[in-house]
Design a binder for this molecule. Structure first.
Ligand code: PLP
Length: 457
């Protein structure tokens, strides 16, 4: 269906208009906050849904979020991924309360940094040493710098459909119109020097062996190839063979191989993608769950490469710094959360995998039965409802044909008290009990049914 037609159906649709009225009526405080802040806030961090105003959250507990008007929702935002244990798990809350009494920012080192680095080392197959920073963006930026210093080469290989944060390199994306197997680069947004896309990156096709040919052709210039164990644009767990082959090609070519575990670390398995796929990269980047819900990034990897951070053993030194890097509050939250995940890993990870798979299976069979052009792609508890009916081999197969319907779906879902944020990547947590997952399945089905009544899907 074209977007214009879908918009007309929304304008005329009883269900579409009813959910808008319901949401607007019950979120007057959110509307007030929006109108008072409009003059000074250049951009909201992330959109909730297509309402006249965003919904502002006041508090969170377990699987729930409560907005400033007192409406309670099942939270599938997961804080954009970090909250593997759900909102405000008591182990983290108590640890943070203890640390707040002692101080939350010292600048100079404190013991928790050592402790969390030991945990990351123990969890990550490739990790001999760790450097902390504040975001996943910083982590991938530092890893690129380290790889360029270590190899003396300039270029970085990035895959079609990837997400590695918001620094200049990470904003080099694949031009969606370019050849699928030999994709060319485009830049997301303005302000990124063109030279980064033209001379300093190599764009690679995802789950396509032509990537190996390109790496072999460019090996004298390629410092590193980076890839997510699970791409958030098309979450799946069938990339293992490709990842292993990619690692071999990188080793053969003298190109470093980085797994970006910012989402997958401590999420798809305690040991992240490295454990799930039994693979050992040269470097791995972490963020999100490693900080227990506080801002974090980390680079971990082989000692000889990690030596670039200190210049030890005559390694070429790279400069890194950060006022808040390794701050005791983040380290304390990270230690509390990851220790709990480690000690309960036999319970947590099979549970998350089973619930994520159940959700996907139930929704997908509903979509098939009712010929709804959508499907859930998931890697355990991390999932993305994609509005494309056919087989999806990579993000290239995700069409934009149902864009308006997709936006409308999230509005209905919110009307049924389930929140998935504007990026449409969603997460279950250990705090989501089977009855919460059942409620999500019902809300998804009811949202589709509402849209069917209005003729939108
Ligand atoms: C794989 C990956 N790398 C890096 C990042 C950037 O992390 P941050 O948002 O903490 O900067 C993200 C964020 O979603 C990510 O998914």
């Amino acid at each position: 269906m074209d977007n214009e037609q879908a918009n007309k159906l929304i304008q005329a649709g009883d269900k579409s208009q009813a959910v808008r009225r319901k949401l607007v009526e019950r979120t007057s405080k959110s509307a007030e906050i929006r109108s008072s802040g409009e003059q000074t806030l250049a951009q909201e961090i992330a959109g909730t849904v297509n309402l006249p105003h965003p919904i502002y959250i006041d508090s969170a507990e377990g699987p729930h979020l409560t907005d400033v008007d007192g409406n309670e929702y099942i939270d599938l935002t997961g804080g954009f991924g970090p909250l593997v244990l759900g909102n405000r798990p008591s182990v983290v809350e108590e640890a943070l309360a203890g640390q707040v009494k002692k101080g939350w920012h010292f600048g100079i080192p404190s013991a928790p940094q050592q402790l969390l680095s030991d945990i990351v080392k123990e969890a990550g197959a490739c990790v001999d040493q760790v450097v902390f920073c504040n975001t996943g963006t910083e982590a991938t930026m530092y890893a690129i710098r380290a790889a360029r210093a270590f190899t003396g080469k300039q270029k970085v290989g990035l895959f079609d459909g990837s997400y590695h944060g918001v620094h200049d390199y990470a904003l080099v994306k694949v031009d969606a119109e370019s050849d699928r197997s030999r994709p060319s680069a485009s830049i997301l947004g303005s302000g990124v020097p063109r030279v980064i896309a033209e001379d300093l990156t190599v764009t690679l096709p995802y789950r396509d062996e032509t990537a190996f040919e390109i790496i072999r052709e460019q090996k004298d210039e390629l410092a590193m190839v980076m890839i997510e164990p699970v791409q958030s644009s098309n979450p799946r767990l069938d990339a293992g063979e490709f990842l292993h082959a990619l690692k071999e090609v990188c080793a053969e070519c003298g190109v470093l191989f980085l797994l970006d575990e910012v989402i997958t670390g401590f999420r798809i398995d305690y040991g992240g993608g490295q454990a799930h796929y039994d693979i050992k990269p040269d470097l791995a980047t972490y963020g999100k769950a490693a900080g227990g819900g506080l801002p974090i990034g980390a680079v971990g990897g082989r000692k000889d490469i990690m030596n670039t951070f200190s210049g030890r053993d005559k390694a070429p030194y790279i400069f890194t710094a950060g006022t808040f890097s390794g701050n005791p509050l983040t380290m304390t939250a990270g230690i509390a959360a990851t220790t709990y995940m480690r000690d309960h890993q036999d319970e947590i990870y099979p549970y998350l995998m089973a619930q994520g798979n159940r959700l996907a299976l139930e929704v997908n069979s509903f979509c098939e039965t009712h010929q709804i052009p959508a499907q859930i792609m998931n890697a355990g508890s991390m999932f993305h409802l994609v509005f494309t009916a056919g087989e999806i081999n990579s993000s290239r197969d995700i069409t934009k044909d149902w864009q308006v319907a997709e936006r409308e779906f999230y509005l209905h879902l919110l009307g049924h008290n389930v929140i998935i944020p504007g990026i449409h990547l969603a997460f279950l947590s250990f705090a989501h009990k089977p009855e919460h997952v059942d409620a999500v399945i019902d809300a998804v089905k009811n949202s589709f049914e509402d849209m069917r009544v209005d003729g939108i899907i």
